[in-house]
Ligand binder design. Sequence first.
Ligand SMILES: Cc1ncc(COP(=O)(O)O)c(C=O)c1O
Length: 352
Amino acid sequence: MSYFRPNIEAMQGYQPGEQPREQGFIKLNTNENPYPPSPRVLDALRAALTEDLRKYPDPLSQGVREKAAEVYGLRPDQVIVGNGSDDLLAMVCRASAGEGDLIVQPRPTYTLYETLARIQGARLLSVPFEDFARLPNGLVQKGAKVTFVSNPNSPTGTVVTTESLSELADRVDGILVVDEAYVDFADFHSLSLLDRHDNVLVLRSFSKSFSLAGLRIGLGFGYPALIDGLLKVKDSYNLTRLSQAAALAALGDLNYMREMVARVRATREDLSVSLARLGLEVYASQSNFLWARCLRPPARRVYEELKRRKILIRYFNHPGLQDCLRITVGTPEEIEALVRELRSILEEAAMS
Ligand SMILES: Cc1ncc(COP(=O)(O)O)c(C=O)c1O
């Protein structure tokens, strides 16, 4: 006997990247920012540590909505704040897709979309990318309630154009979620979609460019009617007082974020060149990680051997992804250590 709905019984839970308890790892597996959050964020957090913590936080994170609207050129009623962008992804599914409804995504992409679809008991259609720079045609499906596109995509780091997203928004039924968790590392963003599409929800995360993965902050942008629907299914107090204080301070110090992003982008280019010199096939990344194909030795062995040497990267055991590795861009020193160990692993394999 099970206490759960059949779809919950049948599904696997989402598998987050490893967060090792043991110290001493170089962690290049969950796309965190290697640099600290803005000092202004840390000051704001200290200032928020008062007896007021006994009171509930603002349920709408109104201060953050207003600041985000100012920063991104929108109105506050076009903004919703999430406990990480994962929270916003869950809200979209909860609000729009019921049992048996259709959710569409390209493949490969962020694996949480699939988990969320399964939780709803929705039907999930995964349309293979043929070319990572182009959206596959099959994404347009009659009756789809939600279509997900991560841009830049994870785990590939690649982007598609704003024009192609706009065409997709015109053609899909239901909501088009444009997940821009990594967009601050890219050359362009697609917020202009909101000028003409009332079915588009653009998502942002503070976990990557703002170095705040530990606080769980995300933003959603869309037409007011779309935002209102999501607000109905939001957890009542989805952001703590501390997270709201940090979000406000982070939005008030964009220059710091941009400086850290510039460093990551510079290291990304160096890493890309180093990996290609080692013979890996590296995809052009607009993100804070690189996706690289490694056939000999098999990618899984490389992942395991690096882990033995206390360097964590990501290996996906999903169909079609087994010969690739995803490597988060760390500091120049971390990347130097990675390249050194990788070279030694490849040389050992070549001799065996
Ligand atoms: C494509 C994508 N979207 C969303 C998220 C979740 O971000 P957050 O930490 O804001 O929940 C991730 C996290 O890795 C991601 O890769």
